[in-house]
Design a protein around this ligand. Structure first.
Ligand code: FES
Length: 105
C-alpha cells in the first residue's frame, strides 16, 4: 500500500509498504526520519507516535488498551494519535497519510 509520511518540518515521503508490515516498519525500512521505534514494535516505547490524517481515522481503527496506556508516555497526544507499530498495512490503507510529531523531529 502507498503510504505518505510527513515529517514535522513538512517533508513528505511517499513509499510503498508491503501488506502485513506495520506503518512503523514501513518507515524504518525506508529510512524515513521521525519514527524512532526504540522498542522495535513491541508497543513499549511510544517513539513511533504518529498523527493519523483525519480522513483515515476510521480505517486505521482504534488503539488497544495497551497502546492507549503507552500513548500516555508520548508528548502532545491528540485524538488522532496512534503508535505506528500497532497499525498494520493492508490494501484498505492504500493512500494512508500520517504525520510525525515534533518530539520525534
Ligand atoms: Fe515502540 Fe511502537 S515501536 S511502541
Amino acid at each position: 500500500a502507498k503510504i505518505t509520511y510527513i515529517e514535522f518540518d513538512g517533508t513528505e515521503h511517499v513509499v510503498d509498504v508491503r501488506n502485513g508490515l506495520s506503518v512503523m516498519e514501513g518507515a524504518v525500512k525506508n529510512n524515513i526520519p521521525g519514527i524512532d521505534a526504540d522498542c522495535g514494535g513491541a508497543c513499549a516505547c511510544a517513539t513511533c507516535h504518529v498523527y493519523v490524517d483525519e480522513a483515515w481515522r476510521d480505517k486505521t481503527g482504534t488503539s488497544s488498551a495497551m497502546e492507549e496506556s503507552m500513548l500516555d508516555f508520548a508528548e502532545n497526544v491528540e485524538p488522532n494519535s496512534r503508535l505506528s507499530c500497532q497499525i498494520k498495512v493492508s490494501d484498505e490503507l492504500d493512500g494512508l497519510v500520517v504525520r510525525m510529531p515534533e518530539s520525534q523531529h
